[in-house]
Design a protein around this ligand. Structure first.
Ligand SMILES: [Zn+2]
Length: 295
């Protein structure tokens, strides 16, 4: 009799498992794995592939479910808190040039001189777009995004520092809750996806400031926060010569942050001076996605 009951239970279990939608099984399996183990590179990569495969609505639903876990006081605040990636994991003589397009009334420009130089010399780069900039330059955004030389990533919706409890950076109020963190990231994720079909996987906030709780929240959505080890143009305030000098500090695997939304800055001229000098030293320019990234 006991054997019969056992057999019936096993059959019931198999039938119920078969009736569950495949995607939901995958979702809960990934969720449990992520919640119980510190994710190493490989599992994050697998997780990213999974997240890239699901729709925006599913991702948002997942995000809504997990926000409760991230209501806790952060311990860190700044440019390089736990989980923020700042370099490529390699000894190859490669540099990832990254350019932010920030938006705002004084930041909706496009540095065409810079973009033309990168295209003419076949220099790969990663571009982080804010939603305000995209909304103001839709046609240009779609055109730039169609060029494989550029990796397209997410620079936020309202250009806010990423905080679960309203921290500030340079006098700018950060997001104030896990829900607002998700809105800051996902609204622009959706904009990029709708205009280009690209599912961005790297994020850099306005001001590049974070707390470690926000960073781990994004990691659980299959995204990585990417900052830099070379401050290439200091918010597009450097002269061309300062930009050149900064870029020449690059080491194998360096990530440089600069801006592509301030055509009157010294950024384009500085890049034009630095690129041939770095090439002479044997450096190549790569997109972020070409190498693993590390803190
Ligand atoms: Zn910015």
């Amino acid at each position: 009799m006991k054997k019969l009951i056992g057999l019936i239970l096993v059959i019931c279990f198999i039938l119920i498992s078969m009736m569950l939608p495949k995607e939901k099984q995958a979702f809960s399996a990934t969720y449990v794995t992520h919640a119980t183990h510190a994710p190493h590179e490989k599992s994050i990569d697998q997780h990213m592939k999974f997240v890239q495969a699901i729709t925006y609505q599913q991702l948002l639903f997942h995000a809504g479910k997990i926000t409760k876990e991230y209501v806790k006081p952060p311990k860190q605040w700044g440019l390089s808190v736990d989980g923020v990636k700042q370099r490529l994991d390699t000894d190859d003589r490669v540099i990832a040039l990254t350019f932010d397009a920030c938006g705002s009334e004084t930041g909706n420009g496009i540095d065409q001189d810079l973009i033309d130089f990168l295209i003419a010399h076949d220099i790969s780069a990663t571009l982080f777009f804010n939603k305000r900039w995209i909304d103001h330059n839709k046609d240009e955004f779609i055109q730039i995004a169609s060029n494989d030389q550029f990796q397209i990533e997410n620079h936020g919706t309202h250009h806010k520092p990423l905080s679960v409890n309203g921290q500030q950076a340079y006098g700018i109020n950060g997001t104030s809750s896990p829900q607002e963190v998700i809105a800051e990231v996902m609204e622009n994720y959706q904009t990029i996806y709708q205009l280009t079909g690209i599912k961005s996987r790297y994020f850099r906030s306005g001001t590049a400031h974070y707390d470690e709780v926000s960073v781990s929240l994004l990691q659980s959505l299959g995204m990585e926060v990417v900052n830099f080890d070379i401050n290439g143009d200091a918010g597009a305030t450097y002269s061309a010569n300062q930009v050149k000098q900064s870029l020449l500090q690059a080491q194998p695997g360096s990530i440089a942050i600069m801006h592509m939304n301030q055509p009157d800055s010294g950024t384009a001229e500085g890049v034009k001076m630095a690129v041939p000098l770095l090439q002479k030293k044997g450096f190549h320019f790569v997109k972020l996605e070409e190498y693993p990234i590390i803190e």
